[in-house]
Write a protein that binds this ligand. Sequence first.
Ligand SMILES: [Zn+2]
Length: 136
Amino acid sequence: MELVYCAYCKHRRKAYTKKHLNLVNIGYSLLLSFLLMLIVWQGFHPGVFVFITVFLFIQETAIQMRRRLSVQCNSCGFDPVLYVRSPDLAKQRVQKILNTKKESAEYLLAANNPFEHIRHNNSKNNLPSESIDNSR
Ligand SMILES: [Zn+2]
């Protein structure tokens, strides 16, 4: 986990930044596969390569899913991966989350106030999509 800053609300938070398997993960897969091979077949068996492949696939998938889920900001809901793919959809999601927070007024007592660092303009609702459009 590393400390990252949200590109929109500029709050600091922890996020998983590891993208792929490393040597330690491959070592765990090998160790677990050989232990499972010894338990199942009580000796060497070529089926260990199936175990290795399955464990590597599971670890890679888990690492990518963990990273993808931690990329989104907790306080404003900004998702940079979604913003690269579809900026309009990302703006709609941020706008929806900020409107919900603004209506509930719980953000006033929250430690991560999403409106704290957002630039205020004099538009009618101060919606995040307008702020994002102005920043271009
Ligand atoms: Zn944010």
